[in-house]
Design a protein around this ligand. Structure first.
Ligand SMILES: Cc1cc2nc3c(=O)[nH]c(=O)nc-3n(C[C@H](O)[C@H](O)[C@H](O)COP(=O)(O)OP(=O)(O)OC[C@H]3O[C@@H](n4cnc5c(N)ncnc54)[C@H](O)[C@@H]3O)c2cc1C
Ligand code: FES
Length: 380
């Protein structure tokens, strides 16, 4: 029986001949990232230090030839042909929190700027398998307190920068779900059982249009998460830049606050971009962080109508005007796909390695995903 050894983790795993390597690693709960499971995303990279695997059927973009020459393989596209020794590329990149399904209740909804809301939730119950149709708080207390919340699976854990899928019943009783990034810190979730999201309301939006109507204090929501790979890497040493467009500020505040709370002493710089001055929010929290941490700076950048005293232009241009040397830096980005894609591409052009660009674009769900959800009433 072939053996998969991972000296960095002190593991010796048994595998079946011809078994898929990712399957072996997941069966033994090795902390490796994965997403597509078909050689397209590159999430499941590891280093083949000794031995051979049968590696095939992947996209060249997921594993460039230069990386393959350095011994990097994709676990999902590798079959076991004998004993192998593996190294993880960077264990910081493989933080994995268990995916949870929770019942939450809205504590409050607060308007941060016109059509931008902070939605604060309290976790009221861990939805055990099959409890979905039980209704009510599925075990939460009548007043929505966190007593026993998430007790079955322990506290809800995520890494700053991750997101969750929120679902609510609309007026017709159908589940409507969208992805939203956590704007609070992992500590608040773990110790207080509370989660915050910053959401732009589109009055005609299927989910966001319910804010202030079907979604108000006391409303019960379902949450699945955490998800996402653009999370804070705590072992990184070097400058941290966080770039936000609109409500992308939520996860970026979570990232910079977590970095500073963790005692990061390198420069931590936040670029908060907005289209118009009326959309600006979060300044109090940025000022509070700047008062507490000498290594933190925040730049509010307004694209179209910046008054005197505020920086005008596009948020990415502000970053590139200020930062000429990206050596040792990591850049986190969140918000509109246009900003995230353009700034990420420019960072790579300027020589920043893709492993140092952690981006989450707020893509709208594809129409087929919406119809599947509405037909099925729940997300996979
Ligand atoms: C990983 C991730 C994290 C996110 N985090 C946040 C967050 O923290 N805060 C936040 O405000 N948003 C976030 N989003 C976006 C959010 O999930 C919703 O897409 C957004 O709120 C729109 O939902 P809605 O209910 O307002 O409108 P929808 O009903 O989804 O429609 C929004 C608008 O877009 C149009 N539209 C819908 N689908 C399409 C399509 N496929 N192509 C073109 N047009 C379309 C509609 O006509 C409408 O005008 C995130 C998205 C992702 C993927
Ligand atoms: S999981 Fe996507 S490439 Fe392996």
């Amino acid at each position: 029986m072939p053996t998969v050894s991972i000296p960095a983790l002190g593991l010796q795993l048994q595998a079946e001949p011809d078994e898929n390597l990712l399957k072996v690693l997941r069966r033994h709960r090795v902390p490796i990232g994965w997403s597509c499971k078909r050689g397209e995303c590159g999430s499941c990279k590891c280093v083949l230090e000794r031995g051979e695997v049968d590696l095939r059927g992947y996209q060249p973009g997921a594993l460039p030839a230069s990386q393959r020459e350095q011994g990097i393989i994709l676990a999902c596209s590798s079959r076991i042909v004998g004993d192998v020794q593996l190294g993880l590329v960077d264990t910081d990149d493989y933080i994995e929190h268990p995916l949870r399904s929770l019942a939450c209740r809205v504590l409050w909804l607060r308007e941060l700027a016109p059509e931008v809301f902070a939605l604060r939730l309290r976790i009221v119950a861990d939805l055990a398998e099959g409890a979905e149709d039980a209704g009510g708080a599925a075990g939460g207390t009548a007043d929505g307190t966190a007593d026993g919340a998430a007790s079955a699976g322990g506290p809800f854990m995520f890494s700053a920068g991750q997101y969750a899928h929120l679902r609510v019943r609309d007026a017709r009783g159908e589940w409507i779900g969208r992805d939203f990034s956590m704007a609070g810190t992992p500590v608040e979730a773990e110790y207080d059982g509370e989660l915050e999201f910053h959401i732009r309301r589109t009055p005609t939006g299927s989910f966001s249009g319910l804010l202030g109507g079907a979604i108000a204090a006391g409303t019960e929501l379902r949450l699945e998460g955490p998800m996402g790979k653009a999370y804070f890497r705590p072992r990184h040493e070097g400058p941290l830049y966080a770039v936000a467009a609109g409500t992308g500020l939520g996860p970026m505040l979570s990232v910079v606050q977590t970095a500073l709370d963790n005692g990061k002493t390198d420069p931590v710089v936040l670029y908060a971009g907005f289209r118009n001055v009326s959309e600006v929010y979060g300044v109090d929290r940025m000022e509070q962080l700047a008062r507490r941490h000498a290594n933190f700076r925040a730049h509010v950048v307004v694209e179209f109508d910046a008054p005197g005293g505020l920086r005008g232009g596009r948020v990415g241009d502000a970053l590139f005007a200020d930062v000429k040397d990206l050596r040792d830096a990591k850049v986190y980005l969140a918000g509109s796909p246009a900003m995230v894609e353009a700034v990420s591409a420019e960072l790579l052009t300027r020589g920043l390695a893709s492993r140092d660009v952690h981006a989450d674009a707020f893509y709208a769900p594809a129409p087929e995903a919406l119809s599947a959800e509405q037909a099925g009433g729940a997300r996979g």
